[in-house]
Design a protein around this ligand. Sequence first.
Ligand SMILES: [Zn+2]
Length: 164
Amino acid sequence: MKRRPQSGIFLRSHNVILLNSIDYYPDTVRGLVLFHELVHAQQKRTGIPAPSHPNARALRELQAYELEFKVLDRLNLPGYKEALEAEVRRVRSEFQQQTTSRPNLANPYLDVMFPDVGMQVQSRTKVASILLFRAILLMVERDFKPEEVAQKKLWVTQKITGRN
Ligand SMILES: [Zn+2]
C-alpha cells in the first residue's frame, strides 16, 4: 500500500518537530497533528516502544494515533458521535460488499465537526481519513475478544499506514 503523505515529523537529531504545509487544515486538526508528533518525540526520547520490537514502526504509529484519537474523543465535537457511528455502518457495509473503504470527502458531518474544513481536497481528505481510521479502530474494539484487540489494531495500522 502506498504511504500516505506525512503531516509532520519529529527530527530527533535536531529535537524539533516539523509540520508540513497544513495551513489549510482545520485548526483542531492542526492541533491533533502537532500532538501526534509530540507523542513520537516522547517515544524516541523514552525508547518506548523498544526499537528492537519486530513491529516497532507500526506500534509507534498505533500509539500515536490512539492518543490522538483519545483527544479527539474527549473534544466531543458537534456531530462527532453521530459521524463515528455512521462511519462504522458505512465501513461494515462496504466490508460486506468486499469494497475497500476510502475516506469519504463528501461526508456532511465533516463540516459540522470542523466548520473551517473548507472544500480543499487535502483538508477534507485529512479529516475524512482521521474519521475513517478512528471508526476502524472502534470496530476492532467491538468485534474482537479483548486478548485479540491489540494484535488486530497493529495489523490494521500496518495496512493503513504502510509501516511495519
Ligand atoms: Zn505518526
